[in-house]
Design a protein around this ligand. Sequence first.
Ligand SMILES: C[S@@+](CC[C@H](N)C(=O)[O-])C[C@H]1O[C@@H](n2cnc3c(N)ncnc32)[C@H](O)[C@@H]1O
Length: 317
Amino acid sequence: MTRRVDVLHNEDCIAGLKKLDAGVVDLAFADPPFNIGYEYDAYDDRLESEHYLAWSRDWTAEVARVLKPNGTFWLAIGDEYAAELKVMLQREHGLSCRSWVVWYYTFGVNCKQKFSRSHAHLFHMVKDPAAFTFNAEAVRVPSARQLVYGDKRANPTGRLPDDTWVLRPQDLPDGFRPDEDTWYFPRVCGTFKERTGWHGCQMPEQLLGRIIRASSNEGELVLDPFGGSGTTLAVAKKLRRHFLGYELSEQYSEQIRKRLAAIKPGDPLDGAAEPLVSCPKTADGRRLDDVRSKIPGSGPKRQKKTSTKGQANLPGL
Ligand SMILES: C[S@@+](CC[C@H](N)C(=O)[O-])C[C@H]1O[C@@H](n2cnc3c(N)ncnc32)[C@H](O)[C@@H]1O
């Protein structure tokens, strides 16, 4: 039985997906709990590994089943289970990996005994490697030839959007290019206008915008088994796609419904489409000297600048 669309079900996603016919979803995006002990309202994020993998096998099998023959599945996952889930999707569910995108973000949780988490893996999987939606023209970005070199040979329509250690992408000479498979979007942190404030894992709308524009068309069906704060569904609605979501927590579900009710198809996405334009370079930050004086061995004080540009974003350091 195929269910009504443009709804969020307060329901376990496996139970909910089992009620769907096979082959009805154009695009699925899933950002499941990573099994890292995150505090959710109604889900225990500390499962034994074998239990977590068995559960992942069950829900990914359902996602693969409900995808159309030319459907696409994007999975967001942390380091801990990325390898096992990628192999599971390919070997057990027969999906093909088009891209292994790394989402690099600033404002991650600060760690004391290891490098702070600043990326998640985004596996772009398709059911049929010869037939799938990929709207390259919908996600093109200005090229370095256009932006930096003024090269007349540059394609005027821009270009399609590396394991690199970068402290602040704003400081790379050419910026941090969205046409590569390492993507930079800041996490939606506490001070951002976009932040809903009631879910700690809220993904940026612009990130989902790129995925939904590239991998689906207007009027098609976008599925998110793990609603969270409702970002996927909100962006799907704004971009005039149908949507279907599941969320275990009653409290999050109520909030998602409120978020969706406040949105009209065609509304602009929250956040800057080009995340680097609004960020000052570190060299222009007024607080650089204060920061340097507290970091052992960070070198002599630099000449005071008179720049009145915005303050440096210290948490990105
Ligand atoms: C990482 S969050 C998703 C965040 C989301 N991508 C966003 O941008 O807000 C994962 C969500 O999955 C929900 N969840 C966990 N197990 C579930 C299940 N079996 N069925 C449906 N939702 C579940 C959790 O309550 C949590 O809100």
